[in-house]
Write a protein that binds this ligand. Structure first.
Ligand code: GLN
Length: 264
C-alpha cells in the first residue's frame, strides 16, 4: 500500500489521534503546529498505524485506549471495545444507588470501574472468564486507582453463596452468523465477547437463570441486550420471578437495557 492511500483511508480526526500517539504530542498540539518536523521514528510509527487502520483495525486497538463514561480505559484485542450505548447500563445502575454490585463479563472493566468511580462506598465485584481480558481490567483498575474485586471465572461461578444489591452485565448477545460480525470493528473483537448461540440469547439466559439466588431482597438485575431482544429478555426475567420489569432505550431509540427486581 502507498503512503498516500493509507492516509486517504483515514478520517481527519483519526489521523490526528494516530499522529498524536505516534509523536507523543497531544491532539491539540498536533493540530496547532502543522509546521513541526516529524521525527523519523514518529513517521514510521504513524505510517504503520495508518496502514493498519486502512486494513480495518479498530482505532481503539491502535491507540490502546477508549474513553467510557469519562474514564480513559486501556483496551487491546482481548477485550470488547466499550460502546457508548453501554453508558445507559451504567446510568440505570447508578439510578438504583446500590451498596453492592456484581458485574458479569467485565471485559476491560468498563462498567464496574464506571460504577465504582461514581459509587465510591459500594462494594464492586467483577467477574471475567477470559484471563487475558481480566488482565486488562486489572490494569485499568490500578491505573484509575479504583478498588474493584476482580475474579476469574464464568458468570456466577466465582461468587458462589454471595448476594448483591445489583447484578449488571453486558454479555455477548449477537447471534452466530450475524452479518454484523463480518463488518467494521467487530471483525477484530473477541468472538467470545460478542457471540452467544444461534439466537444471541444464550448468555442472557444463563445469567437470568441464576441471578435471583445472587440478589439481596429488593435487589436488581440489569442486562444490556441487542436490537429486538427486549421482549425475550423481559420474559426471561419474569420467568425468574423478578418484578417491576422495564426496558430502556439507548440514544438511538433502541430498547437496549432491561431490568427487574427481587421482591423486598
Ligand atoms: N453492542 C455490540 C455490537 O453489536 C455487541 C456487544 C455485545 O454483544 N455485548 O456491536
Amino acid at each position: 500500500m502507498k503512503v498516500g492511500e493509507a492516509l486517504r483511508a483515514l478520517e481527519a480526526r483519526e489521523a490526528r489521534l494516530l499522529l498524536a500517539r505516534a509523536t507523543g504530542f497531544s491532539e491539540a498540539s498536533v493540530l496547532a503546529h502543522p509546521e513541526r518536523e516529524l521525527p523519523a521514528e514518529a513517521e514510521t510509527a504513524f505510517l504503520e498505524f495508518a496502514e493498519r487502520r486502512a486494513r480495518g483495525e479498530p482505532i481503539a486497538y491502535l491507540l490502546g485506549e477508549k474513553e467510557f463514561y469519562g474514564l480513559p480505559l486501556a483496551v487491546n484485542p482481548a477485550v470488547l471495545i466499550p460502546r457508548p450505548e453501554t453508558e445507559l447500563l451504567v446510568e440505570r445502575a447508578l439510578a438504583r444507588n446500590p451498596s453492592s454490585i456484581l458485574d458479569l463479563g467485565t471485559g476491560s472493566g468498563a462498567v464496574a470501574l464506571a460504577l465504582k468511580r461514581h459509587l465510591a462506598s459500594a462494594r464492586v465485584v467483577a467477574v471475567e472468564r477470559s484471563a487475558a481480558a481480566l488482565a486488562v481490567a486489572r490494569r485499568n483498575a490500578l491505573k484509575l486507582g479504583l478498588e474493584v474485586d476482580l475474579r476469574h471465572g464464568l458468570w456466577f461461578a466465582p461468587v458462589a453463596g454471595e448476594r448483591f444489591d445489583l447484578v449488571v452485565s453486558n454479555p455477548p448477545y449477537v447471534a452466530v452468523g450475524d452479518p454484523h460480525l463480518a463488518q467494521g470493528d467487530l471483525r477484530f473483537e473477541p468472538q467470545s465477547a460478542l457471540v452467544a448461540g444461534a439466537d444471541g440469547l444464550q448468555a442472557l439466559r444463563e445469567i437470568a437463570a441464576s441471578a435471583a439466588e445472587h440478589l439481596n431482597p429488593g435487589g436488581w438485575l440489569l442486562l444490556e441486550h441487542g436490537v429486538g431482544q427486549d421482549d425475550e429478555v423481559r420474559k426471561l426475567l419474569r420467568e425468574q420471578g423478578l418484578e417491576g420489569i422495564e426496558s430502556w432505550p439507548d440514544l438511538a431509540g433502541i430498547a437496549r437495557v432491561t431490568g427487574g427486581g427481587l421482591k423486598s
